[in-house]
Design a binder for this molecule. Structure first.
Ligand SMILES: NC(=O)c1ccc[n+]([C@@H]2O[C@H](COP(=O)([O-])OP(=O)(O)OC[C@H]3O[C@@H](n4cnc5c(N)ncnc54)[C@H](O)[C@@H]3O)[C@@H](O)[C@H]2O)c1
Length: 256
């Protein structure tokens, strides 16, 4: 019988966190490290190395690979480099990169549409595929995709983001249908309104801020640390019979 204390212990596990140096990604990377996993962050520019160094200073096993996720060759290359740094295998993949572009639908530039879909959905798909190929022969692995409230709602002036995040939720279920029987758990977390730079325009607009707060039963914006528990749960054995779920972490927003 499993001891519940072990269900949140990731000692010896190897994790890749794509976007692991972003506002929410940093909490994901820290949570996995604090639960005992070795983590390789995939991030653009120097942010990934800076955060990996911060984690190493705290005594954790963290490293980084740089990649621009809008370049398909860099997606593949970064995955292979990350696995190499993890000594050849990966137990946990978290897809936490993403970007937002806002324009009215009738004016939405194709270049922004393509960029959002490429980074939020196509790169995520490819990392899932590459990780799945490594995990299936071992009949074990945890994939956690970061979805959104826009996996449920259409939003306003964010058609590409809504399409991409709807896609992330559907893709999570599609992968789970094929891979759950092969020993893998593929799930998604749908954060609610989080106080991050992606939302800085809304947080700093008193009218929009108060409209949103009125709809959140918990009466506050979410923060990165609100994701830590659910990430560790989905990455560990406590979630072995959870497959294809989209778990909201939203202070009750969806229930209103
Ligand atoms: N902030 C929120 O309220 C919120 C709510 C729901 C879902 N999300 C999702 O959570 C995830 C993390 O968001 P966040 O708030 O931490 O945003 P963030 O901007 O702080 O982090 C996103 C990360 O993705 C990376 N990224 C973007 N384009 C990239 C590219 N071309 N190549 C490599 N990396 C790239 C950024 O560098 C950044 O590190 C995203 O998928 C986002 O859609 C955020």
């Amino acid at each position: 019988m499993s001891d519940v204390k072990n269900m949140f212990d990731l000692t010896g596990k190897k994790a890749i966190v794509v976007g692991g140096a972003g506002d929410l990604g940093r909490s994901v990377s820290a949570a996995l490290c604090e639960a005992g996993a070795g983590v390789v962050i995939i991030a653009r520019g120097e942010k990934g190395e800076q955060y990996a160094a911060f984690l190493r200073d705290r005594g954790f096993d963290a490293d980084c690979v740089a990649a621009d996720l809008s370049e398909r060759a860099q997606v593949d290359q970064s995955f292979y480099s990350a696995v190499e740094r993890l000594d050849g295998s990966v137990d946990i993949l978290v897809n936490a990169a993403g970007l937002q572009r806002r324009h009215r639908c009738e004016e939405f530039p194709m270049s922004d549409w393509e960029m959002v879909l490429e980074v939020n959905l196509t790169a995520l798909w490819r990392y899932c595929q590459l990780a799945g190929r490594r995990m299936i022969p071992r009949r074990s692995g945890k994939i956690i995709n970061i979805a959104s409230m826009l996996s449920y709602f259409g939003g306003y002036t964010v058609p590409a983001y809504a399409a991409s995040k709807g896609g992330v939720a559907q893709l999570t279920k599609a992968l789970s249908n094929e891979w759950a029987g092969k020993g893998l758990n593929i799930n998604a977390i749908a954060p609610g309104y989080m106080d991050t730079k992606m939302n800085k325009n809304i947080v700093s607009d008193p009218r929009r801020n108060s409209e949103i707060l009125q709809r959140i039963p918990a009466q506050r914006w979410g923060k990165g640390d609100d994701l830590k528990g659910v990430v560790v749960f989905l990455a560990g054995p406590g979630s072995n019979y959870i497959n294809g779920a989209i778990i909201p972490v939203d202070g009750g927003y969806l229930g209103r």
